[in-house]
Design a protein around this ligand. Structure first.
Ligand code: FUB
Length: 329
């Protein structure tokens, strides 16, 4: 079999932050669309200037990816100003929803919804962002009982430090002390029509095997950004990026809202600063969609989406993937 594992799925545009789903029998990928520019970078992420989304699809594993063109542009989102960062998509009640972050007209990251009758879009944005939403990197799990949960949040440019008191503090940049519990991602149930949050977002607790909170100074394990939740054998797997240590890691819970018990590393560091992913089951196998900056020779804001197979051990733990190791075809 020809494998496309660990290769850019498209190379005519830069793509990142892939959220993969199986819709209508195909793999649909909802990535960020990185812009090709050479302006300077900073820790606030100003170099990530994305303006629109393109939906990609694969008819099967190893197939050529199809780019369905522009699915939504910031100019068509009344509440948003700049920086269309990592999106996700969901299907519920016969409609497809694109859930995406951007800065509002005050420069505060918010999360909005756009809808379509097709998984490929184009998507029509709601006039306002989800009331009560903030920060970045939404990931939506529609559970087996049809309840939808939105997970979100990111440190640094994602502004989560500014929400530590429960409301936005523009000048607050420091996180908790190194020996205090780390800031957790947020979760909120969505309304039945997916157009609002059904509750105030709650902070998720991530703990070690003894039940102690993962601490802010534990940069190999603490939450940074890019949450994703999938279900395997009835358990909820919360995976995320550790940011400064550039790993994708995961924690497990019997409850979609946690607490989640830290388990280990899914993906070791890739070329480029950011690492962001999704996990999806397709035709009875599991796949990790991720990105690196190999297509641009390592430029952090010019990334490319890739995928590879993901394997579980008998006890339900995930085998660590080393992105540049040889892959069996
Ligand atoms: O793509 C912009 C930001 O970079 C995302 O929101 C983060 O998860 C990181 O990948």
């Amino acid at each position: 079999m020809t494998t496309k594992f660990n290769e850019p799925i498209v190379n005519h545009i830069y793509t990142a932050d892939p959220s993969a789903h199986v819709f209508e029998g195909k793999l649909y990928i909802y990535p960020s669309h990185d812009l090709d520019h050479d302006e300077p970078s900073n820790d606030n992420g100003d170099q990530y200037k994305m303006e629109d989304y393109h939906v990609l699809s694969l008819d099967g594993i190893g197939a050529e990816a199809v780019d369905h063109g522009e699915a939504l542009h910031v100019r068509d989102v009344p509440w948003a100003s700049v920086q269309m960062w990592a999106p996700d998509a969901a299907y519920k009640n016969g409609k497809y929803y694109l859930i995406f972050p951007a800065r509002d007209h005050e420069g505060i990251f918010r999360i909005g919804v756009a809808s379509s009758d097709s998984p490929a879009g184009p998507f029509q944005a709601e006039p306002n962002y989800l009331e009560g939403s903030y920060s970045i990197d939404p990931a939506v799990l529609v559970d087996d009982d049809n309840e939808a949960y939105m997970y979100f949040g990111g440190l640094w440019g994602g502004q989560l430090e500014k929400w530590q008191s429960g409301s936005y503090e523009a000048d607050r940049t420091e996180g908790p002390a190194a020996d205090a519990p780390a800031i957790g991602p947020r979760v909120a149930k969505m309304s039945e029509d997916m157009l609002s949050l059904a509750e105030e977002p709650k902070e998720i607790s991530i703990v070690d095997e003894e039940g102690n909170p993962i601490l802010a100074g534990d940069e190999d394990r603490r939450y940074f950004e890019g949450p994703w939740v999938h279900k395997y054998r009835g358990l909820y797997y919360l995976s995320y990026s550790t940011g400064t240590t550039h790993k994708l890691v995961y924690a497990v819970s019997p409850n979609p809202q946690g607490p989640f018990v830290f388990k280990g590393v899914i993906l070791t560091p890739v070329v480029g600063w950011t690492t962001h992913h999704s996990i999806v089951e397709f035709d009875g196998k599991w796949y990790l969609f991720y990105h690196d900056s190999s297509l641009s020779g390592g430029v952090n804001h010019k990334r490319c989406v890739k995928y590879t197979e993901l394997h579980y051990n008998e006890d339900g733990t995930i085998r660590t993937i080393h992105p540049y190791a040889e892959v069996e075809a």
